[in-house]
Design a protein around this ligand. Structure first.
Ligand code: GUN
Length: 284
């Protein structure tokens, strides 16, 4: 039976540290501020943005929401981002993804100043991540590393298999695991013999976006299983990419959904906002 990795607990610990850092910054006259842009009415995005704003409030970070109509054009959005880039009171900027289909997402990502890019999506920050010299941690992957650290789960020399190659999770996750000296494999929808590969994993990260995709026969005995998925099953119930009840019996550690990776993503965003405020004010 696996031990449950409690993302809420680890996330609270990170938030406590963020809160202390924010208090220190305020004593030095710096009020960390995160601008969050949301375009349209995607209900999942609304929930994520609300969670981010609430976490800012809990830690003393100022959050500034910019809610835009579904019909906002790429040019209008870029103009707003440019104003935020120039606003000295704003330390971090994020645009919740996905944006509506008519907006050019890559232009939006490129428009956010790399110094304020607390999602670490800009090409400059992705490049730094590749070089291992990043200032901002990609939030979801960094949250996963933080959870592994918290539970003293070593990465060095371990076989790490990631299912999913997205820019937000799969690819940056591979870089962070590599930085920690893991042996990394990325599997994806075109991978052949997926089960043979996932069964070699000491650490298995599922970031597929398909409910209950990872079954017990895909998991090695004693593996650490990290579930990044946030899906709804046929009954509308929130569930991950991992068939929890089955895999829990085989794994040594497992993250639940909800209450696993999700809360960590938000905490790492707060950490990045503090980092941005420090760098912009030449503070350590
Ligand atoms: N959509 C899903 N995950 C994320 C994230 O980490 N950041 C942003 N901006 N949008 C997302």
């Amino acid at each position: 039976m696996a031990l449950i990795i409690d993302g809420k607990k680890v996330s609270s610990a990170v938030k406590e540290d963020v809160k202390k850092s924010v208090e220190e910054l305020k004593k030095q006259g710096v009020n960390p501020c995160l601008a969050v842009i949301i375009v349209g009415n995607n209900p999942a995005s609304r929930t994520y943005v609300n969670n981010k704003k609430k976490a800012c409030e809990e830690t003393g970070i100022i959050s500034k929401e910019i809610a835009l109509d579904e019909g906002t054009s790429t040019e209008q959005l870029l103009e707003i981002i440019e104003k935020l880039n120039l606003d000295r009171d704003v330390n971090g900027i994020l645009c919740q993804l996905p944006v509506p289909g008519h907006i050019d997402e890559s232009k939006v990502i490129s428009a956010i100043s790399p110094d304020k890019d607390v999602d670490a999506f800009h090409a400059v920050n992705v490049g730094k991540l590749l070089q291992g010299v990043q200032s901002f941690q990609p939030c979801t992957p960094a949250g996963i590393i933080k959870m592994l650290d918290y539970y003293n789960i070593g990465i060095e020399g371990k076989n790490c298999v990631i299912i999913g190659r997205s820019n937000i999770v799969g690819k940056p996750m591979s870089m962070l695991l590599l930085q920690k000296n893991g042996t990394v494999t990325i599997a994806h929808s075109k991978t052949k013999n997926l089960k043979e590969i996932t069964k070699t994993a000491d650490i298995l990260v599922a970031a597929v976006g398909r409910a209950n995709f990872v079954t017990a026969d895909m998991v090695k005995d004693g593996a650490v299983v990290i579930d990044v998925g946030i899906n709804r099953n046929e009954d509308g119930k929130l569930c991950g990419d991992v068939l929890f009840d089955e895999v829990e019996k085989k794994a040594s550690y497992i993250t639940p959904v909800p209450g696993g990776v999700g809360p960590m993503t938000v905490s790492m965003l707060l950490e990045n906002t503090v980092t941005a405020a420090k760098i912009q004010n030449n503070l350590k």
